[in-house]
Every structure is written in C-alpha cells, then in structure tokens.
Design a protein around this ligand. Structure first.
Ligand code: FES
Length: 161
C-alpha cells in the first residue's frame, strides 16, 4: 500500500520527526558550544584563582622520622620544586636552609667532617647558621624553621620563617 503524501497523518508525523531532529541537533550544538566555552574558560579561572591553603599541614614538609635521622647527618627535601637542606646538628638541634646557593644557584651540600655547608660550584662555604664563611656567595642561605611533630621532623615552608 502506497502512503499518500497529502495524507494529514503522514504530514503530521513528518513534521514531528523534523522537529525532533531539529531539537536534537540544536541540543547537540548547544552542548558542544558549552563544552568549548568551559574548556576555554576553566583553565583561565583556575590560573587566576588564588591558591587555596590545604590547612595547617600544607605549610610543612615532612623530612623523616626522628629515629631515622642521625645526628651529624643531613637530608634533602623539596618544597614547591625547590630543594631544602635539613641538618641534624645535635639530639634536639636541627637547622634547615634553602639548598640553592645565593651565588649562581647551584645546590649546596653538607660537609659532616668540617661541620659546614658547601657549594661545589665555586667553593662557597656557609656555617651552620647559613651565613657565608668564604667564597663568592653574596648572601646567607634562607633559613626555615624545623619542628618535631608526632615523632617526625618537619620543615615549615609556608607562612614565613
Ligand atoms: S654557585 Fe655556589 S659558589 Fe657559585
């Protein structure tokens, strides 16, 4: 049986299908536009949004457990991609400094024998206070406070020294 194109029921169904197709394409276009705009705007907002603090723990970097940190030794940790040197000078005495030399930015190290921090690049030496002993470094090393919390040695890297 041949369908009559002039049949009102057929015309109504064709119109209904067309609206449905149009509605579907419209929805897809709007969804795509929304995803595109969100993809462009979200990174910009996340870049401009101030960094949120994660609570008091985020200001500290854990170095190690106290009983895994021998007197006279040092450990290196990182905060925000920057190296920090932590030295255990005595049973209850820790010191911590940025491990970036103030001369040209080499990574400093701990000389246990001579009880001093040294920079291997141009023979810069710092004492256990981070002050320059000799060599080209123009400034002392930036110091961080060290705490023992719950049996762990932690360096406070946020909220100032
Ligand atoms: S970079 Fe450290 S002494 Fe030059």
């Amino acid at each position: 049986m041949e369908v009559q194109k002039n049949d009102p029921a057929h015309q109504e169904k064709a119109k209904s299908n067309e609206i449905s197709r149009r509605h579907f394409l419209d929805t897809m276009l709007k969804t795509g536009m929304f995803a595109w705009v969100a993809g462009m705007v979200a990174p910009a907002i996340s870049y401009l949004w101030p960094v949120r603090k994660q609570g008091p723990g985020s200001d500290y970097v854990t170095v190690s457990k106290v009983d895994e940190f021998q007197v006279g030794t040092h450990k290196m940790v990182q905060s925000g991609g920057k190296p920090i040197i932590v030295i255990r000078l005595a049973e209850d005495k820790y010191r911590s400094f940025t491990a970036i030399c103030t001369h040209l930015g080499c990574i400093v190290n701990w000389d246990r024998e001579k009880n001093r921090i040294f920079c291997p690049c141009h023979a810069g030496f710092f004492d256990t206070e981070g002050k320059v002993i000799s060599g080209p470094p123009p400034q002392p090393l930036h110091e961080y406070k060290v705490f023992v919390i719950d049996g762990e040695v932690r360096v406070k890297t946020g909220g100032g020294v």
